[in-house]
Design a protein around this ligand. Structure first.
Ligand code: ZN
Length: 136
């Protein structure tokens, strides 16, 4: 039986090609599985005003939540880099807003096997005001 997260990983890999990264030349792709079961993808979208840059993870999460999804159950992140595409601190905080503490985060990079974590491992003791609003 095909792992239910295999498609999520495949979609993240495809999303890498949608990156807009003329400044860093780093392409990252992400895919989230939303509460409905639907998958949303995102890529890093950079800006000449660097602070306006949006990471692939947040692109995908915001796409899902702006389509009235209730929560995110898992996320896969990868990129055209020779290291694991771990989420930055801001993205981990955004994940904590919409994902349960035991939600799965998959990371990989060029020719790297996927690693699997739970959100609570990557963001322990999170600032989590709206925890009760998350689905199961
Ligand atoms: Zn980020």
């Amino acid at each position: 039986m095909k792992d239910k997260y295999e498609q999520l990983k495949e979609e993240a890999l495809k999303a890498v090609q949608n990156a807009y990264s003329p400044y860093s030349n780093i392409k990252i792709g992400a895919a989230v599985m939303a509460g409905s079961g639907k998958i949303y993808t995102g890529a890093n979208i950079e800006n000449a005003s660097f602070g306006a840059t949006i990471c692939a993870e947040r692109t995908a999460i915001v796409k899902a939540m702006s389509e009235k999804e209730q929560y995110i159950s898992a996320i896969a992140i990868t990129g055209d880099i020779n290291d694991y595409a771990f989420p930055c601190g801001i993205c981990r905080q955004v994940m904590s807003e919409f994902m349960k503490k035991d939600a799965l985060i998959f990371v990989s990079g060029n020719d790297l096997k996927w690693k699997q974590y739970q959100l609570k491992e990557l963001l322990p003791n999170s600032f989590d005001f709206y925890a009760s609003k998350k689905g199961s």
